[in-house]
Design a protein around this ligand. Structure first.
Ligand SMILES: Nc1ncnc2c1ncn2[C@@H]1O[C@H](COP(=O)(O)OP(=O)(O)OP(=O)(O)O)[C@@H](O)[C@H]1O
Length: 243
């Protein structure tokens, strides 16, 4: 069982590519079981931050610890389940075959665990009988639900979701937001979004970033109150304007 109070700690994270600073001295910590949002406009550095946390980008300055390990070590230990923004299912497999494939890999021969993962995945995907259909016949929202299910069903210590609800219709986005809210407290989740309004609903705390720099950290309601605005979107505009 998970005991550590701090799941993720990021200190002075800086990434420079071809002399261009993409992330500039980013600092934040994520508590166990928290749903943490990294929010900012296009090009702010959200995906880069998540790719560092996932152990995919290994060239950076600063210190990043995931359950006390480097991201690469945490990935090797199977602590992290990462959903890239452009993740897609295997089109030629049915929905359930997609889930079975991952359940088998992550359960490492433990049949009972494999069944548990699959059962959980079916529930999260909530595709009804369509789960027996080939993924190529799914709508964008159905595909995303399948990918989210695949990411979360394996009960990772840390789930990293890049723009989990982007480009989805209202119904699919609401379903996914509810899934994320439901796992709050059980799984530590870090997600990115440029939809600041939905983040208010999903996240315990947020890190606002703009042009590679952290501009505010806090609970959505506290940020809104401190900035004297009506919502996070207005807060962001006010904070960036004051920059
Ligand atoms: N390997 C790279 N080489 C050069 N520039 C890069 C590289 N990776 C990212 N960038 C630039 O760094 C900035 C941040 O990119 P990133 O993808 O992290 O932003 P983002 O906040 O996720 O944006 P979006 O919401 O559009 O996905 C962008 O200006 C991007 O073009």
């Amino acid at each position: 069982m998970i005991n550590e109070p701090t799941a993720v700690s990021v200190t002075s994270l800086t990434r420079t590519v071809n002399r261009k600073t993409i992330l500039n001295n980013i600092n934040f910590t994520v508590d166990m079981g928290e749903v943490y949002g990294i929010i900012g406009p296009n090009g702010a550095g959200k995906t880069t931050t998540l790719r560092v946390l996932s152990g995919i980008i290994i060239k950076y300055d600063g210190k990043v610890e995931i359950f006390g390990e480097t991201p690469v070590k945490a990935k090797q230990r199977g602590y992290i389940s990462y959903m890239p923004e452009d993740a897609f299912p295997y089109d030629r497999l049915t929905g359930i075959e997609n889930l079975q494939f991952y359940a088998r890999i992550y359960s490492k021969g433990d049949k009972k665990l494999e069944e548990d993962f699959l059962e959980k995945g079916i529930k999260i995907a909530s595709l009804g009988d369509r789960i027996y259909d080939k993924a190529m016949n799914f709508s964008r929202g159905m595909k995303r639900r399948l990918i989210i299910a695949r990411t979360l069903m394996v009960e990772p210590k840390l789930a990293i979701l890049d723009e989990p609800t982007s480009a989805l219709d209202v119904e699919s986005a609401v379903r996914i937001r509810n899934v994320i809210r439901e796992i709050r407290g059980q799984t530590t989740v870090i997600l990115s979004s440029h939809n600041m309004l939905e983040v208010e609903y999903m996240c315990d705390r947020v890190l606002m970033i703009n042009k590679g720099e952290g501009i505010k950290i806090g609970k959505p309601r506290e940020i809104v109150e401190a900035t004297g605005t009506n919502n996070l979107e207005e807060s962001f505009i006010k904070l960036v304007g004051e920059d």
